[in-house]
Ligand binder design. Sequence first.
Ligand code: ACO
Length: 431
Amino acid sequence: MSNEAILKIDGKEYTLPTMVGSEGEKAVDVRKLRTETGHICFDQGYGNTGSCESAITYLDGDNGILRHRGYPIEQLAAHSEFLETAYLIIYGELPNAKQRKTFSQLLRKNASIETQMQKIFEGFPKDAPPMAMLSSIVSSLAVHYSNLATNNFEKDLQNFDLAAAMAISKIRTIGAMIYRYQHGLPYVHPKDVPFCDNFLHMMFSEPYQEYVAVPEVSRALNLLLLLHADHEQNCSTSTVRMVGSSAANLFTSLSAGIAALSGPLHGGANAAVMHMLQSIHDEGDDGTRFIAAAKSGGKGNRLMGFGHAVYRNFDPRAKIIGDACEKVLAKLGIDDPLLAIAKNLEQAALKDDYFLSRKLYPNVDFYSGIIMRALGIPVNMFTVIFAIGRTPGWIANWREVAANPKGRIYRPRQIYVGPVKRDYVAIDQRA
Ligand code: ACO
């Protein structure tokens, strides 16, 4: 089989090399296209563009496959837990017992937010969007820990283990503090307990009554975080890589990733799903109106939690989370009418030719909101939970960029469609 592609432009043939990934993914290498042919690739939204080589996550959207460092998401969801999967994603291998312990200890040691940083919270209105707060406060980590954030790849990589542990641990703590701040509650200091228990403790402990995590709640949160831990070159991860490619430090790059995640078409979808389900419930509708509106084609009417930029078959995370959702609610003895609405909506959409023909299936966000609601997490915090989960993936991707000796700054091209050259007109002569 030829490992070259032939491109014919204006009667002239050009030979381009091809590439094959470890799972057989194929690409035409166009790195020399512009210099050799004078053309660029036009690929709005980058849906057909491989922006990097990456050894972290393999995703086959047509067949609903997601693997981290080779391990199927189904196996990780069944047997691993969030921090172990985070370690795998960041360092490439499942940790042995000693590595797992050291990693955990480093996270526990770096969980708290110092007093000076706490003052930043007070600059925000109480009703500030949590993701905007999170992005700003994470950005300030680069100032408070400037020795770990020098904007020099070599130096920042020397301190990578500490910076990575800090990011995972502190983003979780900042998330809980945002909730406390918005509710006018005093901050709760982290304690020496497992990652998810600590988050729940910092969110829900009362001044004279410490929150004791129910095992089912901790497990559900752990699963949610694990399922969000990485997802190939999605919008926020690409953002982290793009910002990181300028040699920006890890914390600054993470802050940009959080900003990208905040949009309703990306991380904000889980909250949008809950608003949609709640409206259906409040109107006493069965979802018919939402389905009809979604089919009208307007972007603002989309059925939230449906469709995915890369999965064209099913989202394997949605399957896991859909099953978990029912079990968690049953274990907690919660009868949430929104779950019944979600299931009906899913059934109706999956029988509808509009959704079938466009290969639109529930994505991970369709059921994750119902679980979070059952855990007592308010809707405006959903995307923050997603960000806590996605942090290991962002970190691993930043590291790949920083450690790549052949890396270059991300700088796409464009097709200019504005006015052609024209001459300046003085203000008194303009129409
Ligand atoms: N509801 C109704 N129609 C939809 C939906 C939807 N949720 N998603 C896509 N479509 C339609 C589009 O209108 C388009 O129709 P057309 O061919 O008649 O023009 C067709 O399906 C293809 O859609 P694209 O725009 O090509 O899909 P794209 O890959 O660009 O978008 C996205 C993917 C953004 C996820 C989209 O499906 C969407 O907006 N979904 C709702 C938001 C959501 O749930 N986002 C979470 C994604 S998962 C995550 O970030 C963790």
